[in-house]
Structure formats: C-alpha cells, structure tokens
Design a protein around this ligand. Structure first.
Ligand code: NAD
Ligand code: UGA
Length: 448
C-alpha cells in the first residue's frame, strides 16, 4: 500500500509540527493539516505561526505550498487522503461522569463521524491523540457502523511519543504503510509495533512514569529544605546509578503542560473503572504531590513577605509551562499567580514568548475567578523583565528561560523595593551572587 496523501485532523501542538516534519522528510507525500478553527489555519498560513517551537518556522517555510498545506476544507482533506491522522484535543472532562479525571472524547468522536460521512475510498485512520485504552474501539465502531459500500478502514493507534512510533491492527498492511512513512527518517529498528491496547496504554504509562520522577524529586526537595541537604546534589548522586539515570530529575515548582496531569488523571479513572482502587491511589499521589509542590512554593512566597502580599507589586518572570514554548496549559505560573492575586497582590508579568491575551485568558477565565474585572486591574504585562521588576517587592521566577540567567541583577536590585526578594522556582540563578548583591533569596530544595 503506497501512501501519497496524508490528511491530519487537528492543527494543534501535535498535528502541526508532526505533519511539518513528515512533509520535510517525505517530499513524495502531500500532507494537508485541517482544522475546524479558521483562525488557527490562518495563523499556520501566515508569517507568525500559532505555535512557537525551535526550528519549526524554517521547516514550515520550506514545505508550505509545496507538499504541506493548512486548510479548513476538511471534506477535501479527508476525501483525498490515503492516511488520516486524528490529532484533535482530548481534554479532561469538566462535567458529568468522570468529571475532572476522564478524557473527553467528544472531539475524537466528531472526527471519526466526519471521516465516516465524507470518505469515499479506503482509508488508514491513525489515532494520534492521547486517549484512554480502548478508544480505538470507539473509532472502529463509528467507522464500521457507517461504512459506505466499497470503503474499508484500517484503524491504528500511534500516540505521539517523541521519535518512537507504535502501531498495530489486524491489517498488517496498514501497519506497514504507516511504518513506511516513518522510515523516511526513523531507522526501522526504532519503530515498535504492538497491539492496539498496549500502544494506547504505553502512552499513558510513559507520561505517568515521567511525571512520577518529577514528583519523586519534588517530594525530596521538601526533605532537603527541612534538613539542609541540596536537592541538586541528591539528584546528581542518585542519577549516577545507570538504572535510575540523570534525566528528568530537576526539582521545580511542579510540572505543567497539557499532558502529564491530564494523562495521569485519565489513567486513574481507567483504574477506578477497572476496579483497581489501589493502583488508582498509587498514581493519584503523583498528581497530589505536584499540587502540594505548587502550594508549598506559593506559601513560601507569601510567608517570606511578612504574610501579606496585599497591594504589593510582585514581578512574575516566566509564564509558560517550561522554557522554549509559548504554551501556558497547566503552567504552574497560573496557580502561583492566581493565589497571589487572591491575596491582593499586583502582578507584573513578563514572559519572552507567551502572548499578552493568553496571560489575560489564563488568569481571568471563569474556571479560575469569579471576579475577572478585579483580576484584570491587578495584572500588568511587560515586554521586558527590567520593566516588570521596577518598583517590585519581590520577583517570582516560574519558568527557566535562559535569558533570566543573563539579567543584570545589580541593576534590578537597585530598581526594586527593599528588602528585595527573589523566589527562584526553577533553581537556575546564581544564588550566592544574588545574596552578595543584597537580595533575600529562596529556592526549591535548598536552604540558603
Ligand atoms: P490542541 O488543542 O493544540 O489542538 C487540537 C486541534 O484540534 C484544535 O486546533 C481543534 O480546533 C482541532 N479540532 C478538534 N476537533 C476537530 C475536528 N473534528 N476536525 C478538525 N479539527 C478539530 O491539542 P494538541 O496539544 O495538539 O494535542 C492533541 C492530542 O495529542 C491530545 O490528545 C494530546 O493529549 C496529545 N499529545 C499532545 C502533546 C503536546 O505536546 N501538546 C504531545 C503528545 C500527545
Ligand atoms: C511531555 C513528555 O516529555 C513527552 O514525551 C510527551 O510526548 C508529551 O508530554 C505529551 O504527551 O504531551 P511536554 O509536556 O512537552 O512533554 O514537556 P516536558 O519537557 O515533559 O515537561 C513537562 C513539565 O515537567 C514542565 O512543566 C517541566 O518544566 C517539568 N519538568 C520536567 C520538571 O519540573 N523537572 C524535570 O526534570 C523535567
């Protein structure tokens, strides 16, 4: 089976970059990324892409209009494609059964129904979104119940894991076709094929294991602060054991991002449904510890500022959930900012890549506050770190952007209220140097 045309439903953080790489690596394949959002597609077709990712601009510029297209014409995309990726969003449910834990599969279902309505030839349908185990079955049921004569579907699960691909179906030819696409740039030995359920569960398991490492080191950061141990030294020592390894052991104000919490909650919900409460409780602890870490850090900020931040100017440096992205989903900076705003603080926020409207949205939407106008009045967004910190009582560093390490802290100290405080939630600054300048410094996992 030869793949000439690929269509992707969902032009988000997964669909956009994944398809751009496929277009780059497979010049013989035409890739069309479709989205129902006109605004998103217009952004993908503009000079300023909707997503910031190092290197993405160059790849899109090279391929767009040649073998990479962004379009709202979903019908055409589906009809022409040999292979369709579903990479729509699967957010945590905010209502009904499984609220706050289960993944909401309504976008997956609507994508499957669109394919069933529109397809007039055989398709390989690849579930790329992160879904609960057995979600491929939903897609299969919808497609098979609505199949038009002469149209056959093969459904594969191929969740997004960095460079690994996992795929399987009874139709081995479909698996081979998808592997052939990836083999344009990934060595065949690195492409794993598994059964569908293993593929879906491996995705949840991988994110759960990664998040668990962060919660483990964050739990030890609290012990370090209580004892005088240094969490970076502990991580370095523990990571030397090759069975443990050094990666993903950075203590922080807690993990964020659109996937870790969502996928663990999804795993917990699955375990509860399977009547495995002990397993559910085990994974719940990873999320609870992460909440604890965010709370613990914020409490430390407030306590250090004499237990009152009311009307104090606080500079928030970094708002994205990690460096090198403008993505704010589940960013720990949101929790920190919200709590400080609840306590009456005036926040001056600077992030090198997050859009101004996005910060306002995260702090004023109905899920986080019932007083959006009051919150809006108490936030100011800046386009440099220096203007954000001028006149501030404290700096709270929430994201580990490299440029924060290069700031002139003597100049900053001179521009701040005294005593001047810095709370380094990412352990990236030179704490000795800051103390020598005159700052009061607090960080994660180390007493200063
Ligand atoms: P996203 O919200 O950025 O993008 C999803 C897009 O799908 C939106 O633009 C939405 O308008 C569109 N959409 C929804 N229904 C549609 C339909 N029927 N037809 C066409 N477009 C439709 O989401 P994302 O971050 O790209 O994540 C997508 C999936 O991949 C999720 O399941 C997520 O868990 C998983 N995932 C995400 C990442 C990541 O780094 N963000 C990594 C691995 C896996
Ligand atoms: C994560 C996984 O790393 C990817 O493999 C996976 O494909 C993806 O989720 C997904 O399924 O969406 P991502 O959310 O982009 O990727 O970001 P990470 O680099 O994993 O960071 C997640 C959070 O953990 C960030 O807030 C980061 O600052 C934090 N983190 C990471 C730490 O606090 N300490 C660490 O040592 C590492």
């Amino acid at each position: 089976m030869v793949i000439e045309k690929i269509c992707c439903l969902g032009a988000g953080y997964v669909g956009g970059p994944t398809c751009s790489v496929i277009a780059l690596k497979c010049p013989n394949i035409t890739v069309t990324v479709c989205d129902k959002s006109v605004e998103r597609i217009n952004q993908w077709n503009s000079e300023k892409l909707p997503i910031y990712e190092p290197g993405l601009d160059e790849v899109v510029k090279k391929c767009r209009g040649k073998n990479l297209f962004f379009s709202t014409d979903i019908a055409k995309g589906i009809q022409e494609a040999d292979l369709i990726f579903i990479s729509v969003n699967t957010p945590t449910k905010t209502f009904g059964n499984g609220k706050g834990r289960a993944a909401d599969l309504k976008y997956i279902e609507s994508a499957a129904r669109m394919i069933a309505d529109l397809a007039t030839s055989n398709k390989i349908v690849v579930e790329k979104s992160t879904v609960p185990v057995k979600a491929a079955e939903i897609i299969m049921k919808i497609l098979r119940a609505n199949t038009k004569p002469g149209v056959e579907y093969q459904i594969l699960s191929n969740p997004e894991f960095l460079a690994e691909g996992t795929a399987h179906s009874r139709g081995q030819k479909a698996v081979q076709a998808l592997c052939w696409v990836y083999e344009h740039w990934i060595p065949a030995k690195n492409i794993l094929t598994t059964n569908t359920w293993s593929s879906e569960l491996s995705k949840l398991a991988a994110n759960a294991f990664l998040a668990q490492r962060i919660s483990s080191i964050n739990s030890l950061s609290a012990v370090c602060e209580a004892t005088g141990a240094d969490v970076s030294e502990v991580a370095r020592a523990v990571g030397r054991d090759s069975r443990i390894g050094p990666k993903f052991l950075e203590a922080s104000i807690g993990f964020g991002g659109s996937c870790f919490q969502k996928d663990i909650l999804n795993l917990i919900y699955l375990c509860e449904c399977l009547n495995l409460p002990e397993v559910a409780a085990y994974w719940q602890q990873v999320v609870s510890l992460n909440d604890y870490q965010k709370t613990r850090f914020t409490r430390k900020v407030i306590e250090s500022l004499f237990n009152t931040v009311s009307d104090k100017k606080i500079a928030i440096l970094g708002f994205s959930f990690k460096k090198n992205t403008g993505d704010t989903r589940e960013s720990p900076a949101i929790y920190v900012s919200n709590t400080l705003l609840d306590e009456g603080a005036k926040l001056h926020i600077y992030d090198p890549k997050v859009e101004v409207d996005q910060i306002y949205y995260e702090l004023t939407n109905a899920y986080v506050t019932s007083e959006p106008e009051r919150v809006r009045k108490n936030i100011q967004i800046h386009d440099t770190a220096y203007s954000a910190v001028t006149g501030a009582h404290a700096i709270v560093l929430c994201t580990e952007w490299d440029e924060f390490k290069e700031l002139d802290f003597k100049k900053i100290y001179d521009a701040m209220m005294k005593p001047a405080y810095i709370f380094d939630g990412r352990k990236i600054l030179d704490h000795e140097a800051l103390i020598n300048i005159g700052f009061h410094v607090q960080t994660i996992g180390k007493r200063l």
